[in-house]
Write a protein that binds this ligand. Structure first.
Ligand SMILES: [Zn+2]
Length: 502
């Protein structure tokens, strides 16, 4: 177990260094661990991985109020009797007016042949694969096996994310999961996520927009990673910042395991009541490594503590809509403009979900900030023929950019953004001479955004002209040769609004 903890620490270190590297380029996909705290209220989110599960909690709960709260869903547990784990968690959440984010799987029954794994280790649910909720009991969990339960998660007002069709890791991970089978390519990861995505869409009319890779394993064979596949799916990478602890192997005593989930939360909030504001708490909708579900008894005291400290637990989607970035939020200059842009699907944040308002704005960034993230979904729809978006829409986008030529190397993260801008007519001829990494002064910014307006044949009325003149003169007052990212926001937003892109 000590070795296991050390490996986890190494893994955490690798993740940290990845995170700082993820702050270099703007990206359609952001890895969202936590968001900037809201100004006048305390909110946090909770994600529940690996369900939905119809099996009852282990050990069973004898809470009479919960049992009687069991609705028509009682029949759904396929003879297992009492309230299933997911229903138990939903019932507790609802008692506290809390919304959960259920990070669901499709089903793990396809993960055979396999051998039973060793309890109290990461392999407890199978050696080559995971089996949820347990080895040989796959049929009790996942939306493919328990569609009514999946539907009820949404009907009861909770959120649902895509945790993989079969909970197979995206790529090999020698460090911890050396004996695991992993998916073999980007296409197979896409196929696995699509299995879940399409089922949820067809059966529940739900369009997933968040995903967390099984076991957080990012790497995909061929030098690719989760960001690549999420860009194609139109997803955000849902991470978490506070560990609810429900995955850990038992300390030996169930009550101790429950307390181990409650006390870190209590201690953190006693030290600083605002500390969880904007955070995402990692929880399980399944067993820990010892085949028990302490979450079923820890959730209520956790919610009680949060309530006492004035917290509201909301869905991750809702949280991110209200406070999209990790380092920039309510109370900061022009934050509302940035929030409008990102919620409308423009690529304005970095991979690590920072906004970095004080960073110098480059030409490449300005072009990226006028690109809709849907472009990436459209491109894949055509390439893979897996149509998650309307085919004509995809074809229109790709036709428009196919013939374009720009002086940006094809492997540059902004390549498609430049192709798009060129074909849209955003780039004046002389702009071909600007370097992608050139910092932008007010003159150049105004020139580029004027081109955006021209490309959309916008005729401004007198009021709009006056407002634009005001915003431009504000920008010209920034005497520095290079603008900061935050300074372009008002004019950028006004431009996209005038062009009817917002
Ligand atoms: Zn999982």
């Amino acid at each position: 177990m000590i070795v296991f903890e050390i490996l986890r620490k190494i893994n955490r270190y690798i993740k940290q260094s990845k995170k700082s590297k993820a702050g270099i380029y703007l990206s359609p996909v952001r890895r969202i661990e936590r968001v900037y705290p809201l100004l006048n209220e305390r909110v946090c989110a909770m994600t529940f991985d690996d369900g939905p599960s119809a099996l009852p909690p282990n050990p069973p709960r004898s809470n009479a109020t919960l049992a009687s709260a069991s609705s028509q869903m009682d029949n759904m547990s396929n003879g297992v009797g009492s309230l299933g784990l997911t229903e138990t968690l939903m019932t507790i959440l609802e008692k506290y007016n809390a919304v959960g984010t259920f990070d669901c799987i499709g089903g793990t029954q396809e993960n055979y042949p396999d051998k039973r794994g060793k309890l109290h280790t990461a392999k407890w649910g199978g050696t080559a694969h995971d089996h949820y909720p347990d080895f040989e009991r796959d049929q009790f969990a996942g939306i493919l096996n328990q569609p009514e339960l999946g539907k009820s998660v949404l009907q009861r007002g909770h959120e649902m994310a895509n945790h993989g069709g079969r909970h197979v890791i995206f790529g090999p991970m020698r460090l911890i999961y050396d004996s695991r089978t992993s998916l073999s390519s980007l296409e197979s990861v896409l196929e696995d996520l699509t299995l879940f995505h399409n089922f949820a869409h067809e059966q529940f009319n739900h369009t997933a927009t968040f995903s967390r890779p099984p076991h957080y394993i990012d790497g995909i064979k061929g030098g690719l990673n989760a960001y690549d596949v999420y860009a194609m799916m139109g997803y955000q990478y849902m991470a978490a910042s506070f560990d609810g602890g429900g995955w850990k192997p038992s300390k030996g005593q169930y009550n101790e395991d429950v307390e181990a989930m409650v006390s870190p939360l209590r201690k953190s909030l006693d030290a600083d009541a605002n500390t969880l504001n904007g955070q995402i708490i990692f929880q399980k909708d399944g067993c820990n490594m010892s085949l028990q579900t302490p979450i079923a008894d820890a959730l209520e005291p956790q919610l009680q503590i949060l309530k006492e400290k004035g917290y509201k637990v909301i869905g991750v989607g809702e949280l991110v809509k209200r406070s999209p970035f990790e380092d920039y939020g309510e109370g900061h200059a022009h934050f509302e403009d940035a929030r409008t842009l990102i919620n409308a699907g423009f690529i304005v944040a970095y991979k690590n979900n920072s906004f970095q308002p004080q960073r110098i704005l480059t030409f490449g960034e300005l072009v990226a900030m006028t690109t809709p993230k849907d472009l990436f979904v459209a491109l894949t729809a055509l390439k893979t023929k897996q149509l998650r978006v309307d085919f004509d829409y995809a074809k229109w986008h790709v036709d428009k950019i196919e013939a374009a030529f720009v002086k940006v190397r094809t492997t540059h993260p902004y390549y498609w953004m430049f192709k798009y801008a060129k074909k849209q007519g955003y780039l004046g001829q002389y702009m071909d001479q600007w370097d992608i990494d050139d910092s932008m002064d007010a003159h150049r910014c105004i020139q580029y955004l004027d081109h955006v307006l021209k490309a959309h044949q916008v005729e401004l009325n007198t009021d709009q002209q006056q407002e634009r003149a005001r915003l431009c003169s504000e920008l010209m007052k920034m005497a520095t040769p290079s603008l900061k990212r935050v300074e372009i926001l008002p004019l950028l937003k006004a431009t996209l609004e005038s062009a009817k892109l917002l």
